[in-house]
Design a protein around this ligand. Sequence first.
Ligand code: AHG
Ligand code: MN
Ligand code: MN
Ligand code: MN
Length: 337
Amino acid sequence: MNTEEISTNIITLTRHVLNDGLRLGPAATGDLTLLLTAISFTSKFIATNVRKARLINLVGLAGETNVQGEEQKKLDVLSNDIMVNALRASGKTAVLVSEELEDAIIIDDPYKGKYCVVFDPLDGSSNIDAGVNIGTIFGIYKIKDGSTGSVADVLRPGSEMVAAGYIMYGSSANLVLSTGQGVNGYTLDASLGEFILTHPNIQIPPRGKIYSFNEGNAMYFYSPVNAYLKSIKYPTAPKTPYSARYIGSMVADVHRTLLYGGIFGYPSDKKSKNGKLRLLYEAFPMAFLTEQAGGIATTGTSRILDIVPSGIHDRCPVFLGSRDDVLDLMKFYKEVP
Ligand code: AHG
Ligand code: MN
Ligand code: MN
Ligand code: MN
């Protein structure tokens, strides 16, 4: 056996986050590390159910509708339950907000901790039954000084999050995380049961060649968006047209955007005045990661992370990705009536 090819010094998620904690010195209590360990456990649990879904009758509808009026899939409900149970049991959370639950969960003693987790347990539900990539998105706030945990602790701008990330369930499970010092990507080694650092310090290329919009909604889009799309599809020489890629799972579309560059957009339009994506557990975490990777995340006219939510299921328009591509889009919002 050629042992030279086998790395015996792999960096696991826990080792990496612990090292970050060590850098913080005595101020680091290890609580965030334990919370992230709980989240990485939930993602392994969800990943294994996603893999087996077709075999154990986990595809299809659960028979209920969530607060957004969407029909819940069995995996939406199961993933939500997995996360609520593990996050409560971690002893590190005070408030939980899930796409699938109308109200926030306030954690009682003896489990109460000092972090709030907002999450989309299963993102890309419409892709489940076709076996296309889906994911989990999360954002973490620390409760305010003096608070014992209430909804007010999460009705805060995304810039106040202490960490955000997602897990994408695809050919492998990938966890992408930022604790505010850049973005790192980890791949699940199923035989070890550990996430291994495979994408250190992810940086979005300053310009890409891909646009990712549900253009089936173009007849409802406002003119700045249609004018922008026209400019990248019918550019003036020597520029060449962009490629279209749209999976319909935000996690997968954002993952590709982080790695390859380009622009992802889910605008507000004449039908959906605030867009479709949810501020707390979709837009904020992805905006946090995008900025940490050197990109821009905007509503078209303002920074997403500056928005102050008024409700836990608020929505907002989202454009994010490569700096120059998003700046181009924003120019159209300024100049096209
Ligand atoms: P979810 O499955 O968590 O409800 O999220 C669906 C979201 C998001 O994943 C994706 O970007 C978007 O909906 C796709 O919407 P369209 O089908 O309207 O394109
Ligand atoms: Mn949904
Ligand atoms: Mn989602
Ligand atoms: Mn979801």
